[in-house]
Write a protein that binds this ligand. Structure first.
Ligand code: PBG
Length: 325
């Protein structure tokens, strides 16, 4: 039953046929855009390693959020790089900290845009780790998850539409869920960075969020890139603890993991196309070595084809314009 009866090219012969038979649709509705909040006013400080991305003061983040909404993107996820850093990440417990201020300001000016917040400690700690560091240099899981829950509550009180823990401590989803429920925020969803790998592709982000670890690395809490079955275990545990959406991160190098998670769960699966994935395409396109629009759309489509329902991407605000050009 092969050639010459079968000619797969019949359905590829025109753009109209290709559109009609396309299996995977990429839509700006399913995209989430990261914003990096810094102190001050009227600040737009370009992130050198991420062309087109800037650290923004709260007022500028409000402008950016409106532009993002107009591009059809469904949600933003907020990160911040506070000036004050200490061992306990106390800047993140301040009800008038950068993220709570930005949540309130963006929701006031753009109520239809969902505002998620990243919940982690690394950009408010002087050591740059995602949890509390013990005197021997190890990361203390059980005290860290108490602080992470307090950070999540601080964001929920400011009106965050979802909290997204990215620290990879064990049990943090349960700790957050219990504290939110006890405090009148039972309706705030948790987007869990469930399968987050210890990846070399986070480099540019650490410039944007000022969150590089001062010593060591994150391999005692983030996952080993060699492991896929373990991702299913992490996802199952987070769902038992009350996660509403689960995430795989990075995205492009982990398409097999996205596919396996998609087949294992019924909740929405989020994939994070991280800073390094973005900067590789930007850098090559700036040298004329690759077509930015085509490469970005191809990677995003591949991430959806693998099974992601939502994608967090630094390309998000460009997608609709690119699709119509
Ligand atoms: C914080 C966090 C990181 C990213 C998202 N949340 C960095 C890290 O774990 O070191 C990376 C995002 C990106 O690279 O775009 N824990």
């Amino acid at each position: 039953m092969g050639f010459p009866l079968q000619r797969p090219r019949r359905l590829r012969q025109s753009e109209t046929w290709r559109r009609l038979t396309r299996e995977t649709q990429l839509s700006s509705d399913d995209l989430v855009y990261p914003l990096f909040i810094v102190p001050g006013a009227r600040v737009r400080h370009p992130v050198e390693s991420m062309p087109g991305v800037a650290q923004l003061s709260v007022d500028e983040a409000v402008h950016e959020a409106r532009r993002v909404r107009e591009s059809g993107v469904g949600a933003v996820i907020l990160f911040s790089a506070p000036d004050h850093k200490d061992a306990r990440a106390s800047a993140f417990l301040d009800p008038n900290g950068l993220v709570p201020l930005a949540v309130r300001a963006i929701k006031a000016s753009c109520p239809q845009l969902l505002v998620w917040t990243d919940v982690c400690l690394c950009s408010a700690t002087d050591h740059g780790h995602c949890g509390h560091v013990l005197p021997d240099g190890t990361i203390d899981n059980d005290s860290s998850i108490e602080t992470l829950a307090q950070v999540a509550l601080n964001h929920a009180r400011a009106g965050a539409d979802a909290v997204a823990p990215s620290d990879m401590m064990d049990g943090r989803v349960l700790a957050i869920r219990q504290l939110l429920d006890r405090s009148g925020h039972a309706n705030t969803p948790i987007v869990s960075y469930a399968a987050k790998y210890a990846s070399s592709f986070y480099g540019p982000f650490r410039e944007a969020a000022d969150s590089a670890p001062a010593f060591g690395d994150r391999r005692s809490y983030q996952m080993d890139p060699a492991n896929a079955r373990e991702a299913l275990k992490e996802v199952a545990l987070d769902l038992e603890e009350g996660a509403d959406l689960v995430m795989v991160k990075p995205a492009g190098p982990y398409l097999d993991v996205i596919r396996r998670v998609r087949e294992a769960v019924t909740v929405p699966v989020v994939a994070y196309q991280v800073s390094g994935e973005f900067s590789l395409i930007k850098a090559a396109s700036q040298r004329g070595w690759i077509d930015e629009r085509a490469a970005a759309l191809e990677t995003l489509t591949a991430i959806k084809r693998a099974g992601a329902d939502l994608i967090i991407s630094y390309f998000a605000p460009d997608v609709r314009r690119w699709q119509h050009s």
